[in-house]
Write a protein that binds this ligand. Structure first.
Ligand code: HEM
Length: 524
C-alpha cells in the first residue's frame, strides 16, 4: 500500500514538474526576452504553442492559411505566427528564401509527413536531398517529358472517350474531378512503372486513388501527431490496421496497395524475359521508365535489404512511389477541375477559349491537336496562368530556417534559427502585385511584360532546391487536356454539382467536393 502511495506521489511530482516547465516555456515565449518578441504578434495563443496551428488546421480543417492572410492585412508583411515562426508577405523576399543553394534549410517538422522512410519530399538534409533530386530531375526534364508525349496524349484521348460516353447518357453528370484523378494517375503510373494502372478504362475504381484522397484529408493530423506516421509506415499492415483508427487508415491502406504495386513491378521488371528485352533495346536509361532505372541491373531481394541499383530498400521504393503518385495525381487534377469550373460558370471565357482552339485546329480530330501550338495560344495560356494564380495547387506555407548569420527582409533583421515561411497563395493574392486579386480574370495575363511584377512574382511551382520537379509534366497535361476538352466539349455545371470556388489547405489545395458537369459535344 505504502509502495503504491509512493508511486502515486512520484507520478504527481513528475506531472507537476512537467506542467511547470511547459508554463515556464510559454511565459518565455511571451516575454520580451524572446528573440521574436519585437515582431507584430496577432495571436498570443499562436505564439505560445504550435497547438494553435493544430487547432486551425486539424480541428478546423485547413483554415490556418486564411487566418494568416487576415493577420497580414492588419499587422503588415512580417508577423509572428508561431513560437519560433514568422510569416512573410513581401514578394521581394521570395527569391531569397527559396533559393537554389539550400541556404535556408527546409524546416523538418513541416516536411516530416510521409513517415519515417527517407522519401525525397521529406528529406531536409541538403546533401542527401540533392543526390535524390538528381534522379528526379533527370526523369522530369523538359526533353524527357516531350518524349512522354505519346503516353500523355493517349491518356487524354481515353479521357475524351469516357466523357463522350457520359455525354451520351441523358442527364448524366460527368464526374470531372474523379476523371482527372484517373487521367493523372494513369499517366504517372505508366511512366513510373512501365504499365498504366489504366483506371480510366476500369471505371475509375482505384484503391490507390482512394488511398491518396484519404491520406490527403488527414495530412495535418499526420504532420502533428508524428507517432501515427510511424505506426502507419513502420508496422506490418495487419498490426497497423488494428492500431490506427479506421477513419485515419488512408496512409496504412495506401502503403499496402502501393507496396503490392511496387512488388509486382519489381518482379516483372526483373524477370529474365524482360531483362533480355531491355538488353536488346540497349537498356538506355533515356528510354527507360522510372522504376526500370531504379532497378536496372540488380537482383531483387525483397527482405528490407537494398533492392535497387541505387541501394534503395523496398521501404524507400514504396515511399518514393507513394510520393510520386500522390504529388502527380492530386495537384494537376485539382488544377484541371478548378479550370473547368471557372469556364463553366463564365461562358464568355469558355467561348473565347473554344474559338481560339477552333481557329488553331479547324479539324476536330484529336490527332490534330499539337502541344507546341497549344502552348503558343495567348488566351488559353492566360486562362491556365490565371488558374495557377487563383487556385495554386500547393498553396500553403513552406517553412525554412534562417541560417546562422541571420538575414534581412528589406530593412528588417531576422535572427538565426527563426522559422520563416511564405505561401504561394499569399504571393498570388497580393493586391500590390495583382489588381483585384480575388477576381478570376485571364485578361490580366494578356500583353503583360515578362519583367512585370505579376510575372516575376508568379510562382505556382515555387522556386529553389525543393521546388516542383513535375512542372513540365504538369504543363504538358494541363495544356493537352484543356485544349482537347474545350475544342470538343461545352461544359456547364450539373444540377448535382457541389464543387465551389472555396477550398481548404491540406498542404495541397482541396475543394472538399467533387466537380460534376453537364457536357455537350460540338458537331465539328
Ligand atoms: C499543377 C500542378 C502542380 C503544382 C502547382 C505543383 C506545385 C508544387 C510546389 C509549389 C512544390 C513545392 C512545395 C514546397 O516547397 O513545400 C512542389 C513540390 C513537389 N512536386 Fe509539384 N506541383 C504540381 C504537379 C506535380 C507533378 C505532376 C508531380 C510529379 C512528378 C509533382 C511532384 C512534386 C514533388 C515530388 C515535390 C517535392 C519536391 C522536393 O521536395 O524536392 N508535382 N510542387
Amino acid at each position: 500500500m505504502a509502495l503504491q502511495e509512493d508511486y502515486l506521489i512520484t507520478a504527481v511530482h513528475l506531472v507537476t514538474i512537467y506542467f511547470s516547465l511547459v508554463l515556464c516555456r510559454w511565459a518565455y515565449r511571451l516575454s520580451p526576452l524572446h528573440p521574436l518578441a519585437s515582431y507584430p504578434t496577432p495571436s498570443r495563443l499562436a505564439s505560445i504553442s504550435r497547438w494553435y496551428e493544430f487547432y486551425r488546421n486539424v480541428i478546423q480543417d485547413g483554415k490556418f492559411l486564411f487566418e494568416i492572410e487576415k493577420w497580414h492585412e492588419e499587422y503588415g508583411p512580417i508577423i509572428r505566427i508561431g513560437p519560433n515562426e514568422l510569416s512573410i508577405n513581401d514578394p521581394d523576399f521570395y527569391n531569397t528564401l527559396y533559393a537554389a543553394n539550400y541556404k535556408f534549410a527546409a524546416y523538418p517538422p513541416h516536411y516530416g509527413y510521409g513517415g519515417s522512410v527517407d522519401v525525397t519530399v521529406t528529406i531536409t538534409d541538403p546533401v542527401i536531398h540533392k543526390s535524390r533530386r538528381a534522379i528526379w530531375n533527370r526523369f522530369f526534364s523538359k526533353t524527357q517529358i516531350q518524349n512522354l508525349n505519346d503516353i500523355i496524349q493517349d491518356n487524354i484521348r481515353k479521357l475524351t472517350e469516357v466523357i463522350t460516353e457520359y455525354a451520351g447518357i441523358q442527364a448524366a453528370g460527368v464526374p470531372m474531378s474523379v476523371l482527372f484523378r484517373c487521367l493523372t494517375l494513369d499517366t504517372i503510373s505508366e511512366y513510373a512503372f512501365s504499365e498504366s494502372l489504366n483506371t480510366l478504362r476500369h471505371g475509375c475504381d482505384s484503391p490507390i486513388a482512394e488511398g491518396i484522397r484519404r491520406t490527403v484529408a488527414h495530412v495535418w493530423l499526420f504532420n502533428f501527431i508524428w507517432p501515427f506516421q510511424y505506426l502507419a509506415t513502420m508496422l506490418p499492415y495487419n498490426v497497423a490496421s488494428l492500431v490506427i483508427p479506421k477513419s485515419l487508415s488512408g496512409l496504412v491502406d495506401l502503403q499496402k496497395v502501393v507496396g503490392a504495386q511496387v512488388d509486382d513491378v519489381v518482379q516483372t521488371l526483373m524477370s529474365p524475359t524482360r531483362q533480355e528485352k531491355m538488353r536488346q533495346r540497349g537498356a538506355n536509361s533515356n528510354q527507360a521508365t522510372i522504376f526500370q532505372y531504379l532497378l536496372d541491373g540488380t537482383t531483387p531481394r525483397l527482405s528490407g535489404k537494398p533492392v535497387s541499383a541505387l541501394k534503395f530498400t523496398r521501404d524507400t521504393l514504396v515511399g518514393e512511389a507513394m510520393m510520386l503518385l500522390g504529388a502527380a495525381m492530386e495537384t494537376t487534377a485539382s488544377l484541371l477541375a478548378n479550370a473547368i469550373y471557372q469556364a463553366s460558370i463564365d461562358q464568355l471565357i469558355q467561348h473565347r477559349i473554344h474559338n481560339e482552339l477552333l481557329q488553331a485546329f479547324p479539324n476536330k480530330s484529336f490527332n490534330d491537336i499539337d502541344p507546341d501550338i497549344c502552348e503558343r495560344l495567348p488566351y488559353l495560356t492566360a486562362f491556365i496562368k490565371e488558374n495557377l494564380r487563383f487556385t495554386p495547387a500547393s498553396p500553403g506555407r513552406s517553412p525554412r530556417i534562417v541560417p546562422k548569420d541571420g538575414t534581412f527582409c528589406g530593412n528588417t533583421y531576422i535572427p538565426p534559427d527563426t522559422v520563416v515561411s511564405m505561401s504561394i497563395y499569399l504571393m498570388h493574392h497580393n493586391a500590390t502585385v495583382y489588381t483585384n486579386p480575388k477576381v478570376f480574370d485571364p485578361d490580366r495575363w494578356l500583353d503583360v511584360a515578362a519583367t512585370s511584377p505579376q510575372e516575376r512574382y508568379f510562382v505556382p511551382f515555387s522556386k529553389g532546391s525543393k521546388s516542383c520537379f513535375g512542372i513540365y509534366l504538369a504543363y504538358a497535361e494541363i495544356y493537352g487536356t484543356l485544349a482537347a476538352l474545350f475544342r470538343r466539349f461545352k461544359f456547364t455545371l450539373h444540377k448535382d454539382n457541389q464543387f465551389t470556388e472555396k477550398w481548404v489547405d491540406y498542404m495541397i489545395l482541396d475543394n472538399q467536393a467533387d466537380l460534376v458537369v453537364s457536357v455537350e459535344e460540338y458537331d465539328h
